[in-house]
Structure formats: C-alpha cells, structure tokens
Design a binder for this molecule. Structure first.
Ligand code: DQA
Length: 140
C-alpha cells in the first residue's frame, strides 16, 4: 500500500516552532521512524509552504491514501478542499494540536467536509493513527 503524507506551511519548522504546542521533534526524523516501523508500506512525504504546490501535489498524487496536514491553509483554503474533492484517493486530515481547543479561527476546517476522516490533538502520533486507520481499513 502506498501512503503519501502532505504537510503544509511552517511544518518544515517542526522541532523549533512553538515546541510547547508542536513538540520538539522535527518531521524528517519522525518520518524516518514511520518508514522503519512500517517497512511493508510505501510511505512518501512532501512539504510545501506554497498553496499552489500543495494543490499540484494533491492533483498528481499516485497513492492508495493521502494523509494531509494543510496547517494554516486548513482554515482558509477552498482551493485545497476543491483539489481533495476532485481526486479519487481517500484523504485523512490530521493535525498535531487539537484545533478545537485553540483559537476560534482554528475551529473552521475547509478540509474536514472533503476528508474521509479527521485525526487531531495527538501530537505527531496523529500521523501514526492515520496510517493505522488505512491499515485497519484493509481488513474491514
Ligand atoms: C496545525 C494546526 C493549524 O491551526 C496551524 O496553523 C498549523 C499546525 C497542527 O498540526 O496542529 O500550522 O495544522
């Protein structure tokens, strides 16, 4: 199974960025752990700070599933939501923090209505839980 992780703006700064909210680990080392743990999966990873590049990545994705953390674009981007709605690949929305326990503007997600499911608030483990949901789905 091929799973593609797409991270949006400022997630390249994980580890340095607001560690009280997002933790102290950078995503590259977390991704290496995921690859080691899930050696039977084909895991790939893309990060961009650009909305246009994220949309192109969604449109061109060749995977059995996408795990997306659109970061701040979650709360603003109808264009990313439209790209997700346009493809046939199931997409799981993840967030490191619990977006409903933070500022009011983070409670709105344009991604949730077009996602297969949403996982947030579990730190980096949110990505692992999304992988597990794809794995479990295979057995349903
Ligand atoms: C985030 C939550 C967003 O509100 C924020 O803009 C981010 C990270 C998260 O993973 O908790 O950049 O998507």
């Amino acid at each position: 199974m091929k799973l593609h992780i797409i991270n949006g703006p400022n997630l390249n700064l994980l580890g340095k960025r607001e560690p009280k909210i997002y933790g102290k680990k950078n995503f590259k080392s977390y991704f290496t752990e995921l690859q080691f743990k899930h050696r039977k999966l084909e895991l790939s990873y893309f990060q961009s700070n650009s909305e246009a590049d994220l949309i192109t990545e969604i449109q061109d994705a060749k995977a059995d599933g996408i795990i997306i953390n659109a970061a701040a674009y979650t709360h603003t981007s109808i264009a990313i939501a439209d790209a997700i709605a346009a493809i046939d690949i199931p997409v799981i929305e993840v967030h490191i923090s619990n977006i409903h326990a933070r500022e009011e503007f983070r409670k709105k997600s344009f991604i949730s209505p077009v996602a297969k499911g949403c996982i947030f608030g579990f730190g980096l483990q949110s990505y692992e839980l999304a992988i597990q949901s794809f794995l479990n789905q295979e057995n349903v």
